[in-house]
Ligand binder design. Structure first.
Ligand SMILES: Nc1nc2c(ncn2[C@@H]2O[C@H](COP(=O)(O)OP(=O)(O)OP(=O)(O)O)[C@@H](O)[C@H]2O)c(=O)[nH]1
Ligand SMILES: [Mg+2]
Length: 210
């Protein structure tokens, strides 16, 4: 249930910080990082724009496979908290045969396993599909441990595009998209529903209570 306490500090500054692709380098791990993962076209970049309170800072597209590098955006909040929000390339675009072990690509795997400042991963699923085999495999991959010296990752499950469902179906669909011990949080990039509770979860995950 949504907490009814003080509002979450606003984002007062949001800027593109760096893009790491083949050949591109990540900046030093200065701030805590929260990365956004999920299949192509699920709405990762849209969710980040909503969190950053910016319309088009993060590039979005109706064509799957839009984000192809690891893109860092620096946010500063009104209480002084500074963090990187990290847009990741989507998976599931190039179809794999069923049962084949997921290979997330060297860029995504390297980032998720080796980035020392990574604290949380927001895993997005379409509320109409819920987590499927690839999402479960990604969770297993994240839980298998990292090659970096860092605390265990927090994982936040978000069921997005809730606006695509009639009002009465939204809550049950979000519940259905949940996993044992990991309740999904409903979100819509169209209505902005879910932003405040998600910021709360993110702040908690990186050790900052509102
Ligand atoms: N109705 C609705 N459409 C959404 C929502 N979120 C994203 N979309 C649309 O879905 C499409 C993909 O959104 P993106 O944010 O670019 O998705 P992405 O996960 O970053 O995709 P890749 O970069 O290709 O991995 C765009 O056409 C968005 O407008 C939402 O909450 N509701
Ligand atoms: Mg994207």
């Amino acid at each position: 249930m949504e907490q009814k306490n003080s509002p979450v500090p606003r984002v007062v500054e949001a800027d593109f910080a760096a893009a790491a692709g083949p050949g591109g380098e990540l900046p030093p791990p200065t701030f805590p990082e929260v990365a956004f993962a999920g299949r192509s076209n699920v709405g990762k970049s849209t969710l980040m724009n909503a969190l950053l309170q910016r319309k088009n800072l993060v590039r979005t597209s109706s064509t799957p496979g839009c984000t192809r590098s690891v893109n860092l955006f620096k946010a500063r909040c009104s209480d002084g908290l500074e963090l990187f929000l990290v847009d990741l390339p989507g998976f599931g675009y190039a179809r794999r045969s069923k049962g084949e072990r997921a290979g997330w690509g060297p860029l995504l795997e390297g980032y998720l396993q080796r980035r020392a400042s990574l604290r949380a991963v927001v895993l997005l699923v379409d509320v109409r599909r819920g987590p499927e085999e690839e999402e479960i495999q990604l969770l297993d991959f994240l839980r298998a441990g990292s090659q970096a010296d860092r605390p265990p990752l927090s994982i936040i499950l978000v069921a997005t595009k809730v606006d695509k469902l009639p009002l009465a179906q939204r809550k049950p669909a979000v519940q259905k998209a949940s996993l044992p011990g990991m309740p999904a949080l409903g979100f819509s990039g169209v209505t902005g529903d879910g932003i405040e509770p998600l910021w709360r979860k993110i702040r908690k995950a990186i050790g900052v209570e509102v």
